[in-house]
Design a protein around this ligand. Structure first.
Ligand SMILES: Nc1ncnc2c1ncn2[C@@H]1O[C@H](COP(=O)(O)OP(=O)(O)O)[C@@H](O)[C@H]1O
Ligand SMILES: [Mg+2]
Length: 452
């Protein structure tokens, strides 16, 4: 890039409060225009702004009241251009070293809008200032995107956090029964079990019936034996036959008695199982299942809370990550002044302080640095009201400007050694220049320039 353009020399006549001012500001660092209030200091800056900034910077009343000739401005720039405004309408004339004519468009290429209008930057909102800086750095859109994401993730995290908290509280409030089974108990299973027991009991009942049948048979056999004994006694003739039948009956008796004994014994050993436990279980099923359902509901609520808590953790990490991204973005940007930053609310800060908390001199330093960065082609900046800086701060500011290679033309309500020139009643004190008044001498040129 070519050298930043600076102001080599300035000649003003009858502009606002200025009668005649000629100066050659320092090419680098601070040139302080001093003077008491109302003597024409700010008029000098306004004149430069009009000369270089175009008609939108034209003062409401550019011609000095009571002057016989209209305002005349001449600015010599370090790139060889000469900018003049003269005549009734303050028409612009731009000529290059070889005498070729140019216009406002050429001036706009290197004249920084902030550099000639720092008050506009200083009067802007916090957001305007931050935007000016970020645009300068070329990261305004990127930072706005990250900041938007941070706000989104932060809001999401807040919502999810509230949700997780409510869900956890809900899960904690629900009752839990340590003694309830994991799954609900089925009545059908218990009824089937009961049916099986009843079936087995039925089989036992049949065996018992068989045993008593056999017992009755024994009774009948005994009666038969008795009757036949009587018949043997009574019928000798039938003795042999009867004897034979007796033996048969005796055999049968022996066998049936043995069977009967076995059967009786088996029947005695048979004992019915109880369904009482199952019945009690059936009666308890509703109660048990109610508790199982409660346990399941609690487990579900706890799971939902855990999901929400995990989401909160994730968003928390996301917010952190985005903040890191933002920090890296700002850290990676070549900020025009050490200590300058943009906080998370999008406000410009200097050494941790927002604009409103900065001292007047800090504000000026920040504004000058931003103006400088906004238009690197512009090697000068105009700063009004330097009286806000004490002599030491002023010296530091001048040293900074010097180190930056920045030409600062400033005004200061002072007439002491802090000033490079002092203006009184629209003229440079001590400058040996002829008065353009009275009218007769209006074309006469000043012979000597004030030099610093
Ligand atoms: N066109 C003008 N002709 C004459 N006086 C003017 C004109 N415009 C402004 N003034 C006067 O100039 C004074 C302010 O000049 P200014 O350059 O701001 O002084 P300073 O910055 O030294 O305090 C005010 O008194 C104002 O009325
Ligand atoms: Mg002023």
């Amino acid at each position: 890039m070519a050298e930043p353009v600076r102001i080599d020399a300035l000649e003003l006549e009858n502009v606002k409060r200025v009668r005649v001012v000629e100066m050659e500001p320092s090419p680098e660092g601070l040139t302080v225009i001093g003077g008491r209030n109302g003597q024409g200091k700010t008029s000098v800056l306004d004149a430069i702004a009009w000369a270089l900034g175009g008609n939108k910077r034209r003062p409401d009343e550019p011609n000095r009241r009571g002057a016989a000739t209209p305002a005349r401005l001449r600015v010599e720039l370090s790139n060889g251009l000469v900018v003049e405004r003269k005549g009734k309408n303050g028409a612009l004339h731009v000529t290059d070293e070889s005498g070729r004519k140019a216009g406002q468009a050429l001036l706009d290429e290197f004249v920084g809008q902030l550099a000639i209008d720092l008050p506009r930057f200083m009067a802007g909102s916090d957001a305007d200032k931050a935007t000016a800086l970020l645009q300068t750095l070329g990261i305004d859109e990127e930072l706005a995107r990250v900041d938007g994401q941070i706000r989104g993730a932060y809001q999401d995290r807040q919502l999810v956090g509230r949700d997780a908290k409510a869900k956890r509280a809900h899960a904690d409030r629900l009752p839990h029964h340590d003694d309830a089974p994991e799954e609900p108990v089925s009545v059908a299973e218990l009824v089937a079990e009961q049916q099986e027991i009843l079936a087995r009991n039925g089989e036992r009942q049949a065996k018992r019936a068989r045993a008593s049948e056999l017992a009755r048979a024994v009774e009948a056999d005994r009666a038969t034996v008795d009757a036949l004994r009587t018949a043997v006694e009574e019928a000798e003739t039938a003795l042999r036959a009867a004897h034979a039948r007796l033996e048969e009956a005796n055999d049968r008796l022996t066998k049936d008695a043995a069977d009967a004994r076995d059967a009786a014994k088996t029947a005695e050993e048979l004992e019915d199982e109880s369904t009482a436990e199952v019945e009690a279980a059936i009666a308890r099923v509703e109660e048990t299942n109610a508790r199982v359902r409660e346990n399941q509901a609690k487990a579900q609520a706890a799971a939902a809370a855990a999901v929400a808590e995990a989401e909160y953790e994730r968003l928390d990490g996301e917010v952190e990550r985005l903040r890191d991204e933002r920090r890296a973005l700002l850290d990676g940007a070549p900020l025009p002044l050490p200590g300058l930053s943009i906080d998370e609310d999008g406000r410009l800060t200097y050494l941790g302080a927002t604009w409103g908390d900065m001292s007047g001199s800090e504000q000026m330093r920040v504004a000058a640095a931003v103006a400088r960065a906004a238009k690197p082609e512009c090697g000068f900046v105009l700063v009004d009201k330097l009286e806000q800086m004490d002599p030491q701060t002023l010296a530091e500011f001048g040293a900074w400007a010097q180190a930056e290679g920045l030409q600062v033309i400033g005004t200061r309500v002072a007439t002491d050694g802090t000033c490079d020139l002092v203006i009184e009643d629209g003229r440079v004190v001590g400058a040996d220049v002829s008065d353009p008044e009275p009218e007769k001498k209006k074309e006469e040129k000043p012979e000597k320039k004030w030099r610093i």
